[in-house]
Design a binder for this molecule. Structure first.
Ligand code: AMP
Length: 181
């Protein structure tokens, strides 16, 4: 199964993706996690990405898309994937569509995690990641509204909406039901 997970930062996509990846037996591919791993290892990609991540800005699309392309070419992604954090712009969605088309593949759906701003700010502050201070959170939400939210219209009928407020298990149940599992 090939799914994209959409939703504002702090919507719990990563947590749900981990549960879902196990149940569907496909890898969870998170661009944020890939960037953080590169930052931790001090790779040139990590050094470049860090300045954008620390400011709550998007890492340039060419850098991000190259990283995603090479990850999708790894063997485990042959059986499907849960893409978490990519695409984040309509341009990135077009790049993903081209990457899939080259392989003769299509997406099975786009899960959209719906949640109020108050709850996401609360969750992000509780998470305490380095890029989770109030100013950076505000910027990430603005970037989400300006750049990522238009993807909901872009994907149209492929969107499967999930109410992302509540407990982890409760939300997982909604996700499975929404996927007909
Ligand atoms: P996340 O873990 O998904 O919240 O991502 C953390 C940060 O990584 C974001 O705030 C961006 O700076 C960067 N990032 C993750 N995915 C992308 C992407 N698809 N395009 C550009 N930047 C991204």
């Amino acid at each position: 199964m090939r799914l994209v997970l959409l939703g504002p930062p702090g919507a719990g996509k990563g947590t749900q993706a981990l549960l879902l990846a196990e149940k569907l037996n496909v890898p969870h591919i998170s661009t944020g996690d890939l960037f953080r791993a590169n930052i931790g290892e001090g790779t040139p990609l990590g050094v470049e990405a860090k300045q954008y991540i620390d400011a709550g800005e998007l890492v340039p699309t060419d850098v991000t898309a190259r990283m995603v392309k090479s990850r999708l070419e790894e063997e485990d992604a042959g059986s499907g994937f849960l893409l978490d954090g990519f695409p984040r712009t309509v341009e990135q969605a077009q790049i993903l569509a081209e990457l899939l088309e080259e392989k003769g593949l299509t997406l099975d759906g786009v899960l959209n995690f719906e949640i109020s701003t108050d709850v996401v700010v609360e969750r992000m502050l509780a998470r305490g990641r380095e890029d989770d201070n109030e100013e950076v959170i505000r910027n990430r939400l603005k970037v989400y509204n300006d750049e990522t939210k238009p993807l909901i219209d872009h994907y149209g009928d492929a969107i499967v909406s999930v109410d992302a407020e509540g407990g982890v298990e409760e939300i997982n149940g909604r996700v499975m039901a929404a996927l007909g599992k």
